[in-house]
Write a protein that binds this ligand. Structure first.
Ligand SMILES: [Zn+2]
Length: 141
């Protein structure tokens, strides 16, 4: 299931964003599936647990990249992924990840987007907001 996301063009676009911003992505293959991905701000490195399967690789990668791109480097050096992080910088990284993925590939519906990236259901209202925004944007072009 993870391979499906790992091999698509969305991952490549995210890797491209990472590369252009000097971010290193390290896939770790021998971790327990409950071990969270993490990002170390000072060395701009994202450690991705390849076995983690509750949320798609693409969404988690976008989330971790968001910490480095939009986060405050002074506030914290290490972040661990949590699909239920509803506060502060975790919440911001979730919202920025949704926006980033929406820009890479506009979905046909909110539902397909939620399913394709196995995004935690509590975030659906934010997917809805970004989806509506991307619709309006495409109309004005
Ligand atoms: Zn995070």
């Amino acid at each position: 299931m993870i391979d499906r996301y790992k091999s698509n063009d969305v991952i490549e676009s995210l890797e491209d964003v990472a590369y252009k911003n000097g971010i290193t992505i390290l896939d770790v293959y021998d971790l327990d599936k409950s071990t969270s991905d993490c990002v170390i701000m000072s060395v701009k490195t994202v450690f991705m647990n390849y076995s983690y399967d509750k949320v798609s690789y693409a969404f988690r990668l976008a989330h971790e990249i968001s910490h480095i791109l939009f986060g405050n480097p002074e506030s914290q050096n290490v972040y661990y992924f949590s699909e239920c992080g509803k506060r502060g910088e975790e919440f911001e990284a979730h919202k920025n990840a949704i926006e980033m993925l929406m820009k890479i590939k506009r979905p046909t519906t909110v539902q397909t987007f939620m399913e394709a990236y196995s995004i935690p259901s509590w975030l659906s209202e934010y997917v809805e907001i970004d989806y509506r925004r991307s619709n309006e944007y495409s109309k004005t072009r």
